[in-house]
Design a protein around this ligand. Structure first.
Ligand code: Z5A
Length: 219
């Protein structure tokens, strides 16, 4: 595949949505990139029409009794559709895709948070992705309490946001372990700083990667 797949991960309120928007416009302004390169944003769950329906079920359902394995399978179904119908064609056409959450979220939320079997999760991730791994993943690392405080500024809280603090702490532990296990793929960003300072860190890492990937020389 000739495009690049860049994922943003982290606990609730870590600033993924904010940063994806900032980085999309920074990349669009980056005159060193071929102007024909599409810079696309997407998310999981909900990156396709079917995924939107799954997202509704997963997050907006008032039924807190969705079973943990059911939840896992719904995220996997969303991902399988997203990869085949959306990500693969875009990457094959050379796009740079910025994606809000991917397989590491399943490891962190369903593996560490819900404490489902990690081998089962790895197998499902493999089935759902057909082996598509990110070229680069930014882990926006913020204290769970600060992230939740930011997220709670919003009016409505979804099923996962309503989970107890120990759940969110396990999720954070999951991201910490993943970053330690995959130092080449996952880059930690200090997301407790201002949005501008967080963006600066991401841009610095991206400049080096764009140089490697496309031979672009930044001044
Ligand atoms: N999930 C899962 O369990 N398993 C999976 O496999 C996958 C997902 C793929 C997706 O919900 C849920 O699905 C998620 C995990 C689960 N859990 N929950 N809930 P979502 O997409 O609706 O929510 P999210 O991914 O957690 O995003 P979020 O809560 O919207 O947070 P965010 O995108 O990281 O942050 P933000 O929207 O950019 O910022 C949140 C607020 O903070 C906002 O008011 C900003 O203005 C503010 N903000 C942002 N950055 C800063 C900084 N740097 N300083 C101060 N304030 C800031």
């Amino acid at each position: 595949m000739s495009g690049k797949f860049i994922v943003f991960e982290g606990v609730e309120g870590s600033g993924k949505t904010t940063q994806i928007q900032q980085i999309q416009s920074w990349l669009q302004r980056c005159r060193l990139l071929d102007p024909a390169t599409r810079i696309v944003t997407t998310r999981e769950p909900g990156g396709t029409a079917l995924g939107q329906q799954l997202r509704q079920i997963l997050l907006q359902s008032t039924d807190d009794l969705i079973q943990d394995r059911t939840e896992l399978l719904l995220y996997a179904a969303d991902r399988a559709q997203h990869v085949e119908a959306y990500l693969k064609p875009l990457l094959a056409a050379g796009a740079i895709v910025l994606c809000d959450r991917y397989t590491d979220s399943t490891v962190a939320y369903q593996g560490y948070g819900r404490q489902l079997d990690q081998i089962l999760i790895e197998q499902l991730n493999q089935i759902a992705t057909g082996g598509l791994v990110s070229d680069l993943t930014f882990w926006l690392d913020v204290e769970v309490e600060l992230g939740l405080e930011r997220a709670q500024g919003r009016a409505a809280h979804d099923r996962i946001e309503r989970a107890d603090l120990s759940f969110h702490r396990r999720v954070q532990q999951g991201f910490t372990q993943l970053a330690a296990a995959h130092p080449q793929r996952i880059v930690r960003i200090d997301a407790s700083l201002s949005p501008e300072a967080v963006s600066q860190q991401i841009q610095q890492v991206l400049q080096a990667r764009l140089q490697d990937w496309y031979g672009i020389e930044f001044a």
